[in-house]
Design a binder for this molecule. Structure first.
Ligand code: TRP
Length: 467
């Protein structure tokens, strides 16, 4: 049976300890790199609106469900589900696959960020702004392997050292610096010629841009950014003390994470407008290269100031990415540890080896395996023509696995253990203000919505409908 008191488990220093730890791992490449390019690609304001609605409804419900499940059972994902019956363990297993898919490609992008950070010391900003710089760096260039390995080694090293407290302290300072820098750069960005048009594009929703694809993309991004549907919030919840307000903490994490994502959009989208000239041009360029290709064009004309701003910008992205990759890798390690019942040291070695091999493989998608075009050749997704293995991994984790895990989690909470058990868990420490929202979402709206999304994507892949 499930005991409601977690035995001798480490816990956060308090409500803010939890919020900080969760925010540090939540705020990463997803916020500063992925969110702005998705917003640019999917019609600016329309995407922003859908995203925020999803965060305060779905995101909230799932995060409450996961953290309450963790606090109730005092276990991480697999144990939390199986403590209600062995046959439910598979939900935890599916969730645990996700960090193994994300970490390798996360570190590839981390490598790109590291490269740019160093390049702003070593090369004139004018050279980095040349439009072909980014593609010639990532495509058919063995240098990317070097940066991937550097970033992987840093991640492994810190986790092996176990200096999380140190990292968290550094992180606190860097988070503040990140916010200050982002505000500064956002203001600068808006003052560039064409910047205000960019702001309008970003803030005023154009409802003709609404599509199933937009909603699916916003949903995948939300899971990724809030680190949901991969078991990590269950583990974090299991460290959460019984007398701290769970609902308020979840709200704080959402506001923090979404706030930084929106801020990154303010910084990047108007700047992209000033370089490319129109919404269509931005949307056409919106992709992984928005941050690496377009921003350097903004820094290009600033001379030495461009080098300084470029360096500070990429250094902050680097730290945001590193703290997230550390907790992603830590998640992989703890899964291996729990699953195979081996020492932490062995688990680190095994997890590092797996991530390393997969990382090199995914990186080959830009080199020897460039011909693969997996999204197009496997699924026939016309809109994905020219995709690489990295896009494929991103798709499998964010668009396929995470919605499935989220769906199963909602069904599990809504119909198997029943919402009441988690509501009581939340109420142990404080009133549950959004109780009704939670119940309606978890039982009816979220599952239906997730099924619709999954089915429409499969039909699209099969060519039966056209998104
Ligand atoms: N949320 C992180 C970001 O926005 C990425 C991420 C996904 C993550 N899952 C995670 C980080 C698990 C730490 C742990 O970049």
């Amino acid at each position: 049976m499930v005991s409601s008191d977690a035995p001798a488990r480490s816990s956060w220093s308090g409500k803010w300890g939890f919020i900080l730890a969760a925010a540090a791992s939540a705020v990463g490449l997803g916020n500063v790199w992925r969110f702005p390019y998705l917003a640019a690609k999917y019609g600016g304001g329309a995407f922003l609106l859908v995203y925020v609605i999803l965060v305060v409804t779905f995101g909230f419900t799932l995060m409450m469900a996961e953290t309450a499940l963790g606090r109730k059972t005092g276990q991480s994902a697999i144990g939390a589900f199986s403590s209600f019956g062995k046959k439910y363990a598979f939900i935890g297993v599916l969730a645990s696959l996700v960090p193994f898919i994300i970490t390798p490609y996360y570190c590839i992008i981390g490598g790109w960020v590291t490269k740019y950070m160093v390049a702003y010391i070593a090369e004139p900003a004018a050279d980095l702004g040349v439009s072909t710089y980014f593609t010639s760096f990532i495509v058919n260039n063995n240098e990317t392997y070097l940066w991937l390995v550097v970033f992987l080694m840093l991640t492994f090293f810190v986790v092996a050292l176990g200096v999380q407290r140190g990292i968290e302290r550094v992180n606190k300072v860097l988070m503040v610096a990140l916010i200050v820098m982002s505000v500064g750069l956002s203001i600068y960005s808006a003052t560039l010629p064409g910047g205000l048009d960019g702001l309008a594009y970003y803030l005023i929703p154009d409802f003709s841009k609404m599509s199933v694809e937009l909603v699916v993309a916003a949903m995948g991004q939300m899971f990724f950014s809030l680190s949901l549907a991969m078991g990590i919030m269950i583990t974090y919840g299991s460290y959460f003390q019984k007398d701290h307000d769970l609902e308020a903490s979840v709200r704080h994490i959402e506001i923090f994470d979404t706030g930084i994502a929106i801020l990154a959009g303010f910084m990047i989208i108007p700047a992209a407008f000033s370089v490319t000239g129109s919404a269509d041009a931005v949307a056409a360029k919106a992709g992984p290269g928005l941050m690496f290709g377009v921003l350097p064009q903004v820094f290009q004309n600033l001379g030495i100031a461009g080098n300084i701003i470029g360096f500070i910008f990429f250094a902050l992205v680097f730290f945001a990415a590193l703290t997230s990759s550390i907790s992603l890798f830590e998640t992989c390690v703890s899964i291996v540890c729990d699953k195979f019942d081996i020492t932490r040291k062995m688990a680190i070695i095994i997890a590092a080896a797996v991530i390393f091999v997969v990382g090199i493989f995914v990186n080959m998608g830009y080199n020897n395996l460039l011909w693969m075009d997996p999204m197009y050749s496997l699924f026939g997704f016309g809109t994905y023509q020219g995709s690489q293995l990295l896009d494929f991994f991103d798709f499998i984790s964010n668009t396929v696995l995470m919605p499935i895990v989220a769906l199963l989690t909602c069904l599990f909470v809504g119909y198997i253990i029943k919402p009441k058990i988690l509501i009581e868990e939340v109420k142990q420490s404080s009133p549950f203000h959004a109780e009704k929202l939670f119940v309606v979402m978890v039982k009816y709206i979220a599952p239906v919505f997730m099924v619709v999304i999954l089915v429409s994507y499969i039909l699209n892949a099969a060519g039966i409908i056209n998104l």
